[in-house]
Design a binder for this molecule. Sequence first.
Ligand code: SF4
Length: 445
Amino acid sequence: MDVATGVDPLETLREIERVAAEFEDLPPEVTVKEDLLRRGVWFTPAALQRGHTFARKSYFIFSFDHLPLSQLDELVRNHAPEEIALEGGPRGFRRVVVSVRLNPMSPWLVDACEDGSVMLRCGTEDVAGVSFAPQPAYYGEVLPDGTPITEVAPSIEWGYLLYLTVFRMCQYFGQEEECQFCDINRNFKQQREDGRAYHAIKPIDRLLAALDRVVASGATPGAYTLTGGSVTTKLDGLDEASFYVRYAEAIEARFPGRWLGKMVVQALPRADVLRIRRSGIRIYHPNYEVWDPALFEVLCPGKARYVGRSTWMARILDAAEVFTPAGVIPNFVAGIEMAKPHGFRTEEEAWKSTAEGLDYFMRHGVMPRFTTWCPEPLSVLGRENGPASLRYHVGLLRVWRDMHARHGLLAPPGYGQAGIGNAVFSVSSFMDVIRPGTAVATLPC
Ligand code: SF4
């Protein structure tokens, strides 16, 4: 037992071995990646202060931490990397990219070695070599109005994706409406209280100025995501589609077709979806979060009340006629369906439910993706729950991979390359478990 964390690293390693053995047809690296995503990771000062440059955690939308900022050590919370890659080490890991979720109680520790390298450790055992997300050339710049460029256009997925959160709050507000796993509104508050530049709405001029600097720096992201909270009434006098579409129109007018445009908004009526497509966006993310009908009502009360589950699901398929099926990628938060008190009791029940949802969409060519749930303490669900089991998460990857193969689908577009050693998607391993060499689906321009 590690006195500092209260978690037995030996038991953690035994669990890793047990789960990897049960799912031996999956790359073993994803078992460690999923454990880091669900439990979090911590860093020693020596690992962070080696004098190297790397992209620091930007808090690009949610906190994705296991403790509030105020309870995290100052050095780590200000200097932790956005992502790490695990590669090499005693187990000969092929590269996997992992989003950093801070947790000082985690059995996983990133530490510096005497030879200057950095290692992921569990207790006293070295597990994999670690590198930190490369720092894009434009990081550190400040815009003319004084805003740090990383507040406006942070980069994730190892530099592949510009993550443009243009509305940092959500109009689903309070326990009765907000998605129970989501801390967007409370994270906004804690970032402001911590004195960070963190603006509720991004002015379009500021966003374009930031993208000008991205281009001038020579950085070569492949895609951008326009995202933020839902709009249930009006924002800046606009409905949800109108609010987000004007950003896409401005970006595509200034940089036509330069990056693959993606947008995360609600499942909207067809007329709005057509406007989003015409603005130049090529991938639409109407996130359904959880498949089970009863859990959708409880865990997404705002979405259930304002849109309704059956309408939400029908609109996802309707959008496939506008974007093509490969251009519609709804997110599922992997793990919330196991959270107490309403979640499934067994992994098998949860896998069966999610498999039903995956089959429903994939038989129409729509490929849902996962974000591995981080139980953030500022969310309703995260206050009372630890993460779902490692066995659940790894088994779910097998469910996704097998369903994807059964329907003969290509790799989803907009996530870079697929397959172990090549994938850069960092908040789930679903891209890591796709057979290497699988072609990526193409999209119309
Ligand atoms: S719709 Fe739900 S998940 Fe999305 S920002 Fe609002 S509360 Fe969070």
